[in-house]
Ligand binder design. Sequence first.
Ligand SMILES: Cc1cc2nc3c(=O)[nH]c(=O)nc-3n(C[C@H](O)[C@H](O)[C@H](O)COP(=O)(O)O)c2cc1C
Length: 197
Amino acid sequence: MNSTPDEETLDAALTLIHSRQHVSPKRLGDPGPSAEQLELILGAAGAAPDHGRLNPWRLIVVPPERRALLGEAFAEALSERDAAATEVQKQEARAKAARGPFLALMVLRLDPALGDAHPQERIISAGCAIQNMLLVAHAMGFGAGLSSGRSLYSQQLRRLFALDAHEQPLCFLSVGTVTGRKPARPRPRTSDYSSTL
Ligand SMILES: Cc1cc2nc3c(=O)[nH]c(=O)nc-3n(C[C@H](O)[C@H](O)[C@H](O)COP(=O)(O)O)c2cc1C
């Protein structure tokens, strides 16, 4: 890498950034990323800014053989917050865990023992890591999306992923082949979010 202006690189970066869009896990099918592609996607996360080099987040991949366990956690979390939840609703909750060939949970590590970086800095680092992965997946031709939902914050999910008291689940990341997509959302204008002091 050097600092010579390189229009091709700039064009490629801008095209990649502006053409990325959220793809719902329900619109992500096989094939998912190969082991080599996954290594590149996960490797991009490690290139995120990380003040103090704390590694203030971690990713937990949910392989196919663990999806049923996650589905059960979703269904139990639903039953706990809504005692009137029907079997159909619980089945829908279970089905969410099966969507998308690649699924991982992004976890924020807030343990003060890691170092001095404020929680905000740690969240930003995690967000940058997520965006890096979204962009690399998109550059490979995959669709990718983030999902949260109320079960994300449940005790069932904390238990399944063995989160410690200082850890917070941030969101799920799904990657796969796009089977359908919604129209891209209009982006805000720069004047909507920037001003001058
Ligand atoms: C932390 C986080 C959690 C998200 N969770 C969901 C979700 O549960 N369901 C969903 O449809 N989209 C979810 N999204 C995706 C946003 O809805 C999406 O990024 C937004 O609509 C903007 O669209 P774009 O990414 O195509 O620009 C989430 C995004 C973030 C950053």
